[in-house]
Design a protein around this ligand. Sequence first.
Ligand code: DX5
Ligand code: ZN
Length: 221
Amino acid sequence: MEKVIISPSILSADFMNLESEIQEVRKAGAEWLHIDVMDGHFVPNITIGVPVVKSIRQKSDMFLDTHLMIENPIGYIEPFANAGSDLITFHLEVCKNKSEVLDTISEIRKFGKKVGISIKPNTEAKEIFPYLNDIDLCLVMTVEPGFGGQEFMHDCAMKIPEIKKNSNSNLIIQVDGGINNLTAKICTALGADSLVAGSYIYHSNNYSLMIENLLNNRREL
Ligand code: DX5
Ligand code: ZN
């Protein structure tokens, strides 16, 4: 089995020290960085925008995994692509119909970026099946999007094998919300390829150990 991709979410990082917070997870072996973009409409919170992605890109070689929890994502693809996002994930729920989903996918491809689609806890796995061959990553939310530090919703994780069964082997299945050493094991056993973790890493005092735990290489203490 290939190594699971860990994507630390900077939502739980100390923004006053963002540069070192990013360097620390990079040194700990993480190659992806998860950036949660919220607009106060699709979700009841406002977080990070284009200028922050641009600043991170200037200082970091990490793969910038950009999770757009915003309405009208198509209007924001170009600025995020130009700012340096490598992967742009939008929510299926913000699209009114199939053609809007396909247009958003094409817009991301136009800028040569990887494409992700995310589904919220109440969206059934089958809703995303029609798009699985057109995207690089499917993000299964295991909390209601909006905030870090929430509890993992076990039922949502059951979508992982359903999606796996209906996709080709190149699709990356990512899980986001409530990931810790225990829930990571559940998700990887169910077939997840990538784990987003915010508070589990950034609210600890040993980022390397937390990342190792997520990779199942738990050190004996
Ligand atoms: C929630 C965000 C997550 C969040 C995860 O809406 O999409 O990426 O940072 O935080 P934890 O890992 O603390 O649940
Ligand atoms: Zn996220």
